[in-house]
Design a protein around this ligand. Structure first.
Ligand code: NAP
Ligand code: MG
Length: 498
């Protein structure tokens, strides 16, 4: 598919993709200082889509300076919380008004089904902005009685943390960008955002809408470029007060090291290897639907993906037959086709990585129930794949695959207790789910699972109001809810001797 042959594209999408792309720094549209570009590929066919500037440490330095000035002086620094709230609402409204176009750009850039982008990523983004807009006017300190013998009046001020570096991945590029900027802006911070090299386009479209909404210059800056150049420079920059990162655990550790020099605040939303446990009393039809979406949604490129299925012996054959049927019925294809249910993976490298993991799983002794191969003549597709008889020490059970691959382990009555330990036995702890009709068991097991988000008779549980983040090597901190505001504020204690 070329852009010309994509009849279903909106005129505005076509115009955006075809225009030359620049970075958004200090309210201006600029190229990289060294003039370099990086190519953006359409994962549905492997063809180049466009190119964006490849910013480096030089561009990051300019952007951080702009964010510092916007934070310390001028309109944003003096803005009332109510006015900040109105700006966030305005941005949400603009995103909603342009949602079909943004969804198409996201689909072209990332590969995901356009309806998933429209009603998942984009809808969640404008609702999250509205939720965070509500916090602007409610961020406050406390008055605190002191134990000192002399009379004191003491209180706290909750103030924005400052200039924030935000680095986001390619799996939900637009939504991750909004997850990051919404609480930071609500708190009054300023931002330098670096999108992933594979999917920089919707962050640039977001920057256009930020400008249109009327945010003062320098409040949000978007620098496109490679992680090892622009990203690393942002994480290490001495004048950045906080770095927020979503991506792989491996890069998360590098961010931490880079942040160590000036001890900037760090929040990390990292990988996962989330278990789904199905007990023998579960409602199997409902469980099968939730599990299929738990693993195959977004082609498995979801940090909370339910990648490990633990299923009771008594119902395993029936549940797996239903899951195999669902996997085989999933309509695979380009994200722009409105009947596509599963799009390609984001890149050739990701496709290769997933196929290598499937081969490894089979070498390790797993049984292939369905899928297992690349799909189609062009593009980066992989069939939805189910590996049965996997065991806890296999690499496919321990490592994040980030593709549509489900690893299955069966358990007996006697192994019920042990299976909870197995569910906890990876370096990750992002999400988990339990399928059972027994209310007591559901809550007792939920308490034992080491994960930041637990679903009962559902897998993906996510809401602007619900704290989201990981135990163990799945990260530090919680995004969304009030907890996200805490990530972007500092407490200042003030004591007055009376
Ligand atoms: P990644 O390297 O962790 O990328 C995430 C973001 O960090 C991107 O913007 C990336 O830029 C940037 N980055 C890379 N190296 C950096 C560095 N040294 N300093 C600062 N920023 C840096 O993830 P990936 O390479 O795209 O994917 C690899 C694997 O990570 C996937 O297969 C998957 O297992 C996992 N992953 C997890 C999540 C999640 O939400 N948990 C999301 C994406 C990927 P570039 O785009 O230029 O690399
Ligand atoms: Mg990378």
């Amino acid at each position: 598919m070329t852009l010309d042959s994509a009849q279903q594209l909106l005129e505005s999408t076509r115009k955006f993709i075809s225009a030359p792309h620049k970075m958004f720094i200090n309210g201006d549209w600029v190229g990289a200082i060294n003039g370099d570009f990086l190519e953006v590929i359409n994962p549905a066919n492997g063809n180049p889509l466009t190119r964006v500037p490849a910013g480096t440490s030089e561009d990051i330095a300019v952007a951080v300076k702009a964010a510092r000035i916007a934070f310390e002086q001028g309109e944003w620094a003096d803005m009332t919380p109510a006015s900040r709230s109105k700006l966030l609402w305005k941005l949400a409204d603009l995103i909603e008004a342009n949602a079909d176009e943004i969804a198409q750009i996201e689909s072209l850039d990332n590969g995901k089904p356009v309806n998933d982008a429209r009603w998942g990523d984009i809808a969640f983004s404008y609702e999250l902005l509205r939720y965070m807009a509500g916090w602007c006017t409610k961020i406050c300190g406390q008055t605190i009685p002191l134990s000192a013998a002399a009379p004191f009046h003491a209180y706290t001020l909750r103030t924005p943390v400052g200039v924030c570096g935000q680095i986001v991945p390619w799996n939900f590029s637009f939504m991750m960008a909004v997850w990051k900027i919404a609480p930071a802006l609500a708190a009054g911070c300023t931002i330098v955002l670096k999108p992933a090299e594979q999917t920089p386009l919707t962050a640039l479209r977001l920057a256009e809408l930020i400008a249109e909404a009327g945010f003062p210059r320098g409040v949000v800056n978007v620098v496109t470029g490679y992680g090892e150049h622009a990203g690393a420079a942002l994480a290490a920059h001495p004048d950045v007060d906080k770095i927020a990162f979503t991506g792989s655990t491996e890069v998360g550790k590098k961010i931490l090291t880079a942040a160590g020099d000036n001890l900037k605040k760090v929040s990390l939303e990292l990988g996962g290897k989330s278990p789904m446990i199905v007990f023998k009393d579960a409602d199997l039809a409902k469980a099968a639907l939730a599990i299929a979406s738990g693993i195959f949604y977004n082609t498995g490129q979801t940090c909370t993906a339910g990648t490990r299925l633990y299923v009771h012996d008594a119902i395993a054959d029936e549940l797996l037959a239903a899951l195999v049927q669902q996997a085989q019925q999933l309509k695979i294809g380009p994200g722009l086709s409105t009947d596509t249910q599963m799009g390609p993976l984001v890149s050739k490298e990701q496709q290769q990585r997933v196929c290598d993991y499937i081969t490894l799983g089979l070498q390790e002794g797993a049984t292939l129930l369905t899928g297992g191969k690349c799909w189609g003549k062009e593009g980066f597709y992989v069939e939805p794949t189910i590996l049965d008889n996997t065991t806890i020490n296999m690499r496919v059970v321990q490592e994040e695959i980030f593709g549509p691959v489900l690893c299955v382990t069966r358990f007996s009555d006697e192994q019920e207790n042990d299976i909870i330990s197995q569910a906890n036995a990876t370096p990750y702890g992002l999400a988990a789910s339990i399928f059972t009709q027994d209310v007591s068991r559901a809550h007792l097991v939920a308490k034992r699972l080491k994960a930041g988000t637990i679903g009962i008779n559902t897998h993906h549980v996510i809401d602007p109001a619900l704290p989201f983040g990981g135990f163990k090597q799945s990260g530090w901190g919680r995004e969304m809810g009030w907890e996200a505001i805490e990530l972007y504020t500092e407490i200042r204690s003030v004591g007055v001797a009376l």
